[in-house]
Design a binder for this molecule. Structure first.
Ligand code: ATP
Length: 453
């Protein structure tokens, strides 16, 4: 297994034309470390990212932010404009996809429709030039290997050693038969061992003789995962592999992928636009926006300490509330309320104390309800009772009109999350307040979070 290092990666699609390579035709001569002339904006800019050995890294961001392009650059399906990619101690920037030792799983499954599940799993292994180890389980972590020692009664017995020409003729003649009846050469026996091992891991042993059209979406996705796993690559790349599944199956398969990745300890880069997947699957998350990485950190750190307004708004559902406030001394003032900041904010707000505006952020679950010093009125306009919790939309009752200072954020409404049993009526007035240990402050120009020191 291996660490993946992305160094200063930039990608521009020249003239907006399609420059993708296919896995088989990509050529080292196509790649370049020198910027190519283009009149278009880079799709990816200065991407620096290290994914540690065995780590599960999630790339998350809105549609069009460049996630898939980055994954395709790592796999070799696209050529980069600038930068370098390392896997372990190998620089793979110029290598064609086949030589990168990376397996990719796509949203569309990309199974061969005319091949059985067995042959789909075996396909990549038959094409590999490097001989497979006789015992696939030796390549796996010791604990996992022990649980997967093959005792498959259906596997054909090992046949005596025959000349290579005879083996290949017998393989060719019996290829059209079901897997159980085919002649197996020594190479094919190694492949069979891997196929059965992976099928067992993914609990698809019963599906080996079916065609993809005879499988459900979830089963197809497991076969696609199995095909990647059978190759035992140094790195897995997964591009929204769960998007085609319904919500229940997505949850189940999500847990299964995380479990398998932990067992195999294969470095994995997983692309999604779904923040729940990002939060629940990743050891770390890299949040992308407009072709740039905004923050890389473990999920809860990102949730608790977003680096900027984009990250704060993107992670969390419903999203964080944002309100413009004026800073004077240690007071934050809004048309409806005023907050005295504790001393640990002093150095962070020092450059703004002359009456500058900051953006205050507060998550729906951190808004306190009830009369207290500093609380203010908000009128309930909408209630969404989900059973386990309730989301309330409330309009702030301000003494003066609230001016947004051209910030693209709601300034008069708040989303509040309350317990399911808390009684609440539309049109009622709540007293709300923002605990100072739960607020976030952002610069209105750079949108960077103010850091507490
Ligand atoms: P999604 O979540 O919708 O799949 P994404 O974050 O994966 O989006 P990409 O598919 O990487 O985004 O696309 C990033 C940008 O690059 C988009 O603006 C897209 O239109 C553009 N793009 C992607 N592939 C090409 C291409 N071959 N030629 C020109 N532009 C492209």
């Amino acid at each position: 297994m291996a660490r993946v290092v992305l160094k200063n990666i930039t990608k521009t699609f020249a003239g907006g034309s399609h420059t993708a390579n296919t896995p088989d035709t990509s050529d080292a001569s196509d790649t370049s470390d020198t910027p190519k002339a283009s009149n278009t904006r880079p799709v990816l800019s200065n991407i620096d990212l290290t994914v540690n050995d065995g780590e599960f890294m999630v790339l998350v961001g809105p549609s069009g932010c460049g996630k898939s392009t980055l994954l395709r650059l790592i796999s070799g399906l696209e050529t980069l404009t600038n930068g370098a990619i390392l896997v372990g101690d190998r620089t793979i920037t110029h290598l064609p996809p086949k030589q990168r030792d990376i397996a990719m799983v796509f949203q569309s499954y990309a199974l061969y429709p005319h091949l059985s599940v067995y042959d789909n799993l075996a396909f990549g292994l038959r094409r590999t030039r490097t001989p497979l180890t006789q015992n696939f389980t030796q390549d796996l972590t010791p604990n996992l290997a022990q649980n997967l020692i093959l005792k498959d009664p259906e596997q054909p017995p090992h046949s005596p050693r025959r000349p290579a020409w005879l083996e290949s003729m017998l393989v060719g003649l019996t290829r059209g038969l079901s897997p159980k009846l085919r002649y197996q050469s020594a190479a094919e026996r190694s492949i069979a061992q891997r196929v059965y091992t992976v099928a067992k891991m993914l609990q698809i042993e019963d599906l080996l003789s079916r065609l993809p059209k005879q499988l459900s979406g979830g089963q197809k996705q497991r076969v696609a995962l199995g095909r990647a796993m059978a190759r035992n690559p140094q790195v897995f790349l997964m591009d929204e592999p769960l998007s085609n599944l319904d919500a229940k199956l997505r949850n189940e398969t999500r847990a299964q992928i995380v479990g398998l990745q932990k067992k195999l300890a294969t470095t994995t880069i997983y692309v999604t636009h779904d923040q729940t997947e990002a939060m629940t699957m990743g050891d770390r998350i890299a949040i992308m926006h407009q072709g740039r990485i905004q923050q890389v950190a473990p999920p809860l750190e990102i949730y608790r300490n977003p680096a900027n307004r984009f990250v704060a708004a993107f992670i969390g559902s419903p999203p964080m509330n944002f309100l413009p406030v004026t800073v004077r001394a240690n007071q934050l003032t809004h048309a409806a309320f005023s907050i005295a900041l504790p001393t640990h904010w002093q150095s962070a707000i020092a450059p703004y104390r002359d009456g500058s505006t900051l953006l205050l952020g507060i998550r729906p679950e951190h808004i306190s309800i009830g009369q207290c010093p500093g609380s203010f009125a908000a009128t309930v306009t909408q209630i969404e009772a989900l059973g386990s919790e309730t989301f309330v939309m409330a309009q702030i009752v301000a003494d003066q009109p609230v001016i947004s200072q051209s910030l693209a954020a709601p300034v008069t409404s708040l989303q509040i999350r309350i317990g399911a049993d808390q009684p609440i009526e539309p049109g009622s007035t709540l007293q709300v307040s923002f605990p100072t240990d739960k607020i976030h402050l952002f610069d209105t120009v750079t949108e960077a979070a103010l850091e507490l020191r």
